[in-house]
Design a binder for this molecule. Structure first.
Ligand code: ADE
Ligand code: ZN
Length: 331
């Protein structure tokens, strides 16, 4: 068996790691009725037309997550899979509003996630950061409320904020105030932009929200001036190839813009987004790119290096990871 290259995962929604088998067992444990009798039946529902059709199922299945133990089990299952795929550092998104709306308290979510993430360095050799995402199709006031409620965890468990959910029609500028508060609180800032939405949203995420990384950003290629800026400013783009195909942002993997993004000098990383729903974890994404695009070892090494360059890690830890990537032997 080949050893996967060490890498950081920077675009991963913990709710999107809920495998059908775990969803069914949590449903049983919590007495939640699901309209699917088996994992195969559930998997058959993973045929998406676009981002919204995916989000409908993604939010519906959060119904099985009720207790701190459920969130701990979810994160533990992800960390074990990620470690087996070479992940040494993971910056994990979570969607508190999806849980608060169902009456699950922030404390429940964070105590569960926190226990699994806290044990991860010892148990799996994986360090983590947690990034609180705001749902952009919900009101800005709600984002401010959840932000204030999460303050007790800032700097200890929560290290950044992000912006996700249905993109088109929900430009980043709506969330200026909460991102200003996040910056003042010393939190790192990322935002989904240019997944289904136009290049203008990528500009707004940078200029209005002060985003330090762009999640997806693939539609940036439609705007050469924006591409030149992203390259010059070394703005990391957390690209998710299998996600882009499954959500029909890209017709198939052989048409994926990743090679063009690299040719343009962009700081691209490869990530899994919602691996349970999109057919693979981060190394599976790399393997799929190798098969569809003939990605070679040197490019895979560059992508792994980029993942650590783009991570919110102290310089000494980043450099230690870069040395490990440099010393990796593909085979
Ligand atoms: N939430 C979970 N996955 C997402 C994605 N790919 N885009 C926007 N919001 C999401
Ligand atoms: Zn995402």
């Amino acid at each position: 068996m080949t050893v996967p290259v060490p890498k950081a995962e920077l675009h991963l929604h913990i709710e999107g790691t809920l495998e059908p088998e775990l969803a069914l067992s949590l449903a049983e444990r919590n007495g939640v009725a699901l309209p699917y009798g088996s994992a195969a039946e559930l998997r058959a529902a993973y045929a998406f037309e676009d981002l919204q059709s995916f989000l409908d199922l993604y939010y519906a299945l959060t119904a099985v997550l009720r207790t701190g133990r459920d969130f701990a089990d979810l994160a533990e299952a992800y960390l074990a899979r990620a470690a087996a795929q070479g992940v040494r550092h993971a910056e994990v998104f979570f969607d508190p509003q999806a849980h608060l709306a169902r009456g699950v308290a922030l404390d429940t979510v964070l105590s569960g996630l926190g226990s699994a993430l806290g044990a991860a360095p010892e148990r799996h050799g994986v360090t983590t950061r947690l990034i609180l995402c705001f749902l952009r199709d919900r009101p800005a006031e709600e984002a401010l409320e959840v932000f204030e409620a999460a303050r007790p965890w800032f700097g200890t468990l929560i290290h950044g904020v992000g912006l996700d959910s249905a993109e088109v029609g929900h430009p980043p500028a709506k969330f200026r105030e909460v991102f200003d508060r996040a910056r003042a609180a010393g939190l790192r800032r990322v935002a989904h932009a240019g997944e289904e939405g136009p290049p203008e949203y990528v500009r707004e995420a940078l200029d209005v929200l002060g985003a330090e990384r762009i999640d997806h950003g693939i539609r940036s290629l439609e705007d050469p001036a924006l591409v030149a800026r992203l390259a010059a400013e070394r703005v990391p783009l957390t690209v998710c190839p299998l996600s882009n195909v499954r959500l029909r942002c890209v017709p198939d993997l052989s048409a994926h813009p990743l090679p063009r993004m690299l040719d343009a000098g962009l700081l691209v990383t490869v990530n899994s987004d919602d691996p349970s729903y999109f057919g693979g974890y981060v190394e599976d994404n790399m393997d799929a790119l190798r098969a569809a695009l003939g990605l070679d070892d040197a490019t895979v090494r560059l992508l792994a290096e980029n993942s650590f360059r783009a991570a919110f890690l102290p310089a000494d830890e980043r450099d230690a990871h870069l040395r490990a990537v440099a010393g990796h032997r593909f085979g």
